[in-house]
Design a protein around this ligand. Structure first.
Ligand code: IYR
Length: 226
């Protein structure tokens, strides 16, 4: 059955002068380049509205066939955060002790990560992003979603940008396997956990590794590179 098409409306462009475009781009790049993943969180809670705004910004992402295949679960209940921490640590300790191959452990060593995840309780908020692998209509029939990983990945990127713009910090955390999140958060089988973001302010004296980003030349190629 063919779906009815959208009504089309004129797009209101946000064009700026060339100079203004470059100035805005430079300012944005410089701000984004100061963003860091933080693992040590203060227990101080930012306004809840910041979290709501970041989720709204994330949900403005483009998505395949505009299916918007995402769900953001905002957790601030201490008991639930504790349960998530305990389940994540159980999985992650197993990863570090038994499951990760030596090569992976070696790649993580410079970051100093371990199976302990105190940030899951210290951070005032956890936002667990679920991807909707397929939709379900009123008749309980499956609806295909398109480019789910790309769509949800872009939404998560916007979420990170929004938090950073508001002066908050997060960590792109992917405990593995993540099935425990579906159970603890009561999400249906068509949704799969995607990324878990602890959100808040850095702890007093929080440290980050002094890592360097690849240079522009190392990440870009002009045309066919010939
Ligand atoms: N998910 C594990 C392992 C881990 C993986 C990557 I890639 C990191 O950058 C850091 C950790 C954990 O959270 O410990």
């Amino acid at each position: 059955m063919a779906a009815t098409s959208y009504k089309f409306v004129l797009y209101k462009a946000e064009r700026a002068s060339p100079d203004e475009s470059v100035a805005r781009g430079r300012e944005f790049y410089e701000r984004m380049n100061r963003r860091r993943s933080v693992r040590d969180f203060s227990t101080e809670a930012p306004p809840r509205e910041c979290l709501e705004l970041a989720i709204k910004a994330a949900a403005s992402a483009p998505s395949g066939a505009h299916r918007q295949p995402w769900r953001f679960v905002l957790v601030d209940d201490p008991g639930l955060k504790k349960a998530i921490r305990e389940a994540a640590e159980e999985e992650e300790r197993e990863n570090y002790d038994n499951r990760f191959p030596p090569e992976w452990l070696q790649a993580l060593e410079p970051l100093g990560t371990t199976g302990d995840k105190p940030f899951l309780e210290d951070a005032p908020y956890l936002v667990v992003v679920f991807k909707e692998s397929y939709g379900v209509d009123e008749a309980s029939d499956k609806i295909t979603n398109y480019y789910v990983n790309e769509s949800v990945g872009i939404a998560c990127g916007l979420f990170i940008v929004a938090l950073h713009t508001m002066g908050l910090v997060t960590l792109t955390h992917t405990p593995s396997p993540m099935g425990f999140l579906s159970e603890l958060l009561n999400r249906p089988p068509n949704e799969k956990p995607y990324i878990l973001f602890p959100v808040g302010y850095p702890a007093e004296g929080a440290m980050v590794p002094d890592l360097k980003r690849k240079s522009f030349e190392d990440v870009v190629q002009l045309n066919s590179g010939q």
